[in-house]
Design a protein around this ligand. Structure first.
Ligand code: 6R9
Length: 657
């Protein structure tokens, strides 16, 4: 990035700091010494974290990096991931501890202890074996947020089958592509799940994906009964309750190699077919367990932890299933949407289960800001002690709102940067150590080596902007793209020699702390200045009447690209937001916050923004709108009618000077 990026970034100065509460700092699981310890001996540090797990055979070598970028961690070691997540806690006398408080959207609940989880996972493992699933086979899992989802994942892990969870909101086409790429032998699904008070029809989508022999690898489909809706039955189908309930609840886990494939998870990206990100057993479990313990300061005896993500995304894999269970945590799982049956549902869940650690995404936080402060205020959230954020850069205003209105001003907020590919959290404050800045992911965690570099791969000085890279391999790193080593090398390791390129823009502030600026494809070039969408969006969201903003660069004959903003007003802003006055006020506000160069050419007031199903803003579609093109691929949108709502707003939103 050019020098001009620096000038702009420095205008958005953040002076607020939130030091850890004294009590948390005193009792924190991880202190500042961990950074020094890892710096002094990075591999020794990771070996000590791996020792928190139970291995059937200890490794000989911590890392084999003789054939980069193909890493092998804990070479020669053997373990069973499901044993580590379940059985060992039961053996340690913790069988009565709750693993999951599950809350269905209609209000039905299920509490599962570690002892019950051990029986359920064993039965499901025996069922998969009966269906002929063996070590190394792939199993596709297409389930709603019900207990059978983690149970199925753990059953696969237990017998050495590799799971591929496909998010329940994906279409038949998306499901078919993923099943075929992984050559899945079995599909586990449900008749449906509950979303917004209605049963969804999952099984019909599976039938559509599998029709006319278009997925030849699939031998059987296991169907969980969740909604009780009528479904079409097929000879290859078997009901979960017919198959699993009659199995023995005893199963002896076998140890697998540390590099045994644990799961494949597809990321869509902007171009080409989805990439099957491959994670393996030992390194992955080591890092998710460590980061869950360190970043959330988990005290498994007393904490109640809730990550609101869907298990269909990597956040759910690492921080609902593998990390928390490896640590023997008690977690909450919620099936449905935050506004069913009312907009306080999440806060009601926190109050009910006395949740102490809560992990969610900026998109959710901004939605709650839009709905108004009075909603969380109706609930008792005093049990909370640590809050986390993931998925997108968190705008400083959203951060402060989250801290204040959810955390009561007393809970540290950890902004955690990572990716499906990294498997685990990489950059984040530590709640008992870091004086966090709202909007900054701060520093790489102990054992992680990250940097911000320019296009010549040189580290930028403090105050500079550039590309985020990872300089050393880490235990939970992806091992390859399933079936496509060449694409793995090309996508992540070719832009900078010997460095992992994350695809994100970042800056380093005057203190050396890292701020994420969004995907590099989203950076705008205005009159020769590189301007990050994230910074303009944060400036807009810092206006008291703005709940959410998305910014794109639109082709402009004069400036090359011009900034076009889409803005959702806050719930309380009411009528005031209609009309020219408000738009002018916002443009001035951006000019004051960031400088005149960042003033949007055009601002459109819209009711919704297009988001991917994991909650990330789809700027590509907004660029199509801004440039008056027909829309590109909308299949990953949560709700495609959002684009019609935005289009309907267009005539009134005329460009200004
Ligand atoms: C975990 C997850 C990865 C991309 C990543 C980045 C964005 C995630 C972030 C963040 C800024 C954070 N991202 N966390 N950007 N601050 N705390 O979201 O994985 O779905 O693979 O997305 O998400 O752009 O490159 P995934």
């Amino acid at each position: 990035m050019s020098q001009s990026q620096e000038t702009l970034s420095n205008l958005l100065q953040e002076t607020r700091r939130f030091a850890p509460p004294a009590e948390l700092a005193e009792t924190a699981n991880v202190t500042a010494e961990a950074y020094e310890e890892a710096n002094a001996d990075r591999l020794g540090f990771w070996a000590r974290q791996a020792d928190r797990l139970t291995w059937s055979k200890r490794w000989d070598t911590v890392l084999d990096w003789s054939n980069p970028p193909f890493a092998k961690w804990f070479v020669g070691g053997e373990l069973n991931v499901a044993y580590n997540c379940v059985d060992r806690h039961v053996e340690a006398g913790l069988g009565d501890r709750v693993a999951y408080h599950w809350e269905g959207e209609p209000g039905d609940t299920r509490t599962i202890t570690y002892a019950e989880l051990q029986r359920e996972v064993s039965k499901a493992a025996n069922a998969l074996l009966e269906l002929g699933v063996r070590k190394g086979d792939r199993v596709a899992i297409y389930l709603p947020m019900i207990p059978e989802l983690p149970i199925s994942m753990l059953a696969c892990a237990r017998i050495g089958a590799t799971h591929s969870v496909v998010f329940g909101g994906f279409s038949a086409d998306a499901l078919r592509t993923r099943i075929n790429d992984a050559q899945a032998k079995v599909v586990i699904t449900a008749d449906g799940g509950f979303r917004r008070g209605k049963p969804s029809a999952l099984k019909a989508i599976v039938d559509e994906a599998l029709k006319d022999d278009s997925t030849p690898s699939v031998e059987r489909v296991v169907v969980v009964r969740r909604t009780g809706e009528q479904i079409a039955e097929n000879p290859r189908d078997v009901w979960w309750h017919d198959l699993v309930d009659r199995q023995s609840d005893q199963h002896t886990p076998e140890a697998f190699d540390a590099e045994h494939p644990l799961y494949i998870l597809y990321t869509s990206g902007t171009t080409g077919k989805p990439k099957g990100i491959l994670h393996t057993a030992g390194g992955y479990l080591t890092q998710v367990a460590y980061t869950h313990y360190a970043v959330f300061d988990l005290k498994p005896e007393t904490d109640v932890y809730w990550c609101s993500a869907d298990i269909g995304w990597v956040t759910g894999h690492s921080y609902i299933v593998y990390g928390p269970l490896a640590n023997g945590a008690t977690s909450v799982i919620y099936e449905g949407t935050p506004d069913t049956p009312h907009k306080g549902r999440w806060w009601e869940i926190i109050q009910k289960y006395k949740v102490t650690i809560f992990y969610t995404a900026p998109t959710a936080i901004r939605t709650f800001m839009k709905w108004g402060d009075d909603i969380p205020a109706q609930f008792d959230l005093s049990s909370l002690r640590v809050l986390g954020s993931v998925g997108e850069p968190i705008n400083p205003e959203a951060y402060v709102w989250y801290r204040q209105h959810i955390g009561g001003g007393r809970c540290p907020v950890v902004d955690t940067w990572w990716q499906t590919e990294t498997g685990a959290i990489m950059i984040s404050p530590l709640p008992g150590v870091t004086a966090a800045k709202p909007g900054a992911a701060m520093r790489p965690l102990p054992g992680v080596v990250a940097d911000v570099v320019d296009d010549q791969a040189q580290s930028v000085p403090n105050g500079g902007g550039g590309f985020l890279v990872l300089k050393e391999p880490w235990p939970a790193m992806l091992r390859t793209i399933w079936g496509d080593d060449e694409r793995y090398v090309k996508t992540y390791w070719s832009r900078f020699d010997g460095l992992y390129f994350a695809g994100d823009g970042a800056k380093r502030d005057e203190d050396g702390d890292i701020w994420l600026l969004g995907r590099v494809d989203d950076v705008m070039l205005v009159s020769g200045h590189n301007i990050s969408t994230t910074e303009v969006e944060s400036a807009l969201v810092s206006h008291p009447k703005v709940a959410e903003a998305a910014v794109v660069g639109s082709t402009d004959p004069v400036t090359g690209q011009a900034i076009v903003a889409f803005v959702i007003p806050r719930g309380s802003a009411g009528e005031e937001v209609e009309g020219e006055g408000f738009v002018a006020e916002l443009r001035d506000h951006v000019a004051k916050t960031l400088g005149p160069i960042a003033k949007p050419r055009q601002i459109m007031i819209v009711p919704e923004l297009p988001k991917t199903r994991s909650g990330k803003i789809m700027r590509r579609l907004l660029r199509d709108v801004a440039e008056n093109r027909s829309l590109g691929d909308v299949t990953t949108l949560t709700d495609s009618s959002v684009m019609d709502l935005i289009r309907a707003k267009l005539p009134s939103a005329k460009p200004e000077d």
